[in-house]
Design a protein around this ligand. Structure first.
Ligand SMILES: Nc1ncnc2c1ncn2[C@@H]1O[C@H](COP(=O)(O)OP(=O)(O)O)[C@@H](O)[C@H]1O
Ligand SMILES: Nc1ccn([C@@H]2O[C@H](COP(=O)(O)OP(=O)(O)O)[C@@H](O)[C@H]2O)c(=O)n1
Length: 237
């Protein structure tokens, strides 16, 4: 090894692992992607994986309300996540699933599928393997990253926002596609939060050592800057 390479290896910052959790519409995906891109880290959307397995169950005629049937099928689909924050991808059995996993049908079914312990065990293993392989570190977002998937993460962030703000953000995305009225969007969000927070296995929860950021009155840029600063503080500590 040359002197220059040895010096570079010695001075490169250690890999940093960041977990970002919170309910729907708090800004997890947008913030995590931007923070990862700014800091040269990989990015993993674990919600997309739960959506992907749910999409496969629906496409294969599995009754998503039959936990035993979901558990039996949980090992079948091959889910692959691309972790480049500028172009994240997700495939199921080699097929691009990025579009189909965002439909209302999948959104309405995902909490039931993600409550099944066999589904969680499988995806948690996959998520840990992806995080362990990230050369410079990774930002992983979801519901149970700080509590279950990566309890030793260098930084844990828990994003919150009022139900009104979250529903307005979600409706902004749906405009022109599957537009819903604000009250219906808010009711659906609250129902999903309750299911995700109330399940037995790794529910949506803030880890005791997570930093909570209320994004209700912050712009997306402000949230990104806040998390970048938290990561840099950790790195220099
Ligand atoms: N602080 C914010 N202020 C306004 N809009 C935001 C903010 N954070 C995120 N958004 C917007 O809200 C929508 C949902 O954000 P997203 O990152 O997908 O949330 P989550 O992953 O928590 O469900 C996106 O359209 C995003 O651009
Ligand atoms: N780590 C995770 C991530 C998502 N999920 C489940 O997957 C669903 C979809 O997650 P998502 O992050 O795509 O949801 P949005 O907030 O983007 O709508 C959640 O409602 C949970 O049921 C989970 O159980 N655990």
């Amino acid at each position: 090894m040359s002197d220059t390479v040895e010096t570079a290896a010695r001075t490169a910052p250690a890999a940093v692992v960041v977990g970002i959790d919170g309910p729907s519409g708090t800004g997890k995906s947008s913030t995590s992607r931007a923070v990862a891109a700014k800091l040269g880290l990989r990015y993993l959307d674990t919600g997309a994986q739960y959506r992907a397995i749910t999409w496969w169950m629906l496409a294969n005629g599995i009754d998503v309300d039959d936990a035993a049937a979901v558990a039996q099928a949980a090992g079948k689909p091959v889910i692959v996540s691309g972790t480049d924050p500028s172009a994240p991808t997700i495939t199921v059995d080699g097929e691009d699933a990025a579009g189909p996993i965002r439909t209302q049908r999948v959104t309405a079914a995902v909490s039931a599928v993600s409550a099944v312990p066999e589904v969680r065990t499988r995806l948690t293993e996959l998520q840990r393997a992806i995080a362990a392989e990230a050369p410079h570190g990774i930002v992983v977002e979801g519901r149970d990253i700080g509590t279950t998937v990566l309890p030793d993460a260098d930084l844990k962030v828990f994003l919150t926002a009022s139900p009104e703000a979250r529903a307005a953000r979600r409706n902004g995305e749906l405009k022109g596609k599957e537009a819903a009225d604000l009250a219906a969007t808010q009711a659906a969000l609250i129902k999903r939060d309750a299911a995700d927070s109330g399940r037995k296995t790794s529910p949506l929860a803030k880890a005791a050592d997570a930093v909570e950021v209320d994004t209700t009155d912050l712009t997306l840029e402000q949230v990104i800057e806040c998390v970048v600063t938290l990561v840099e503080d950790k790195r220099s500590a």
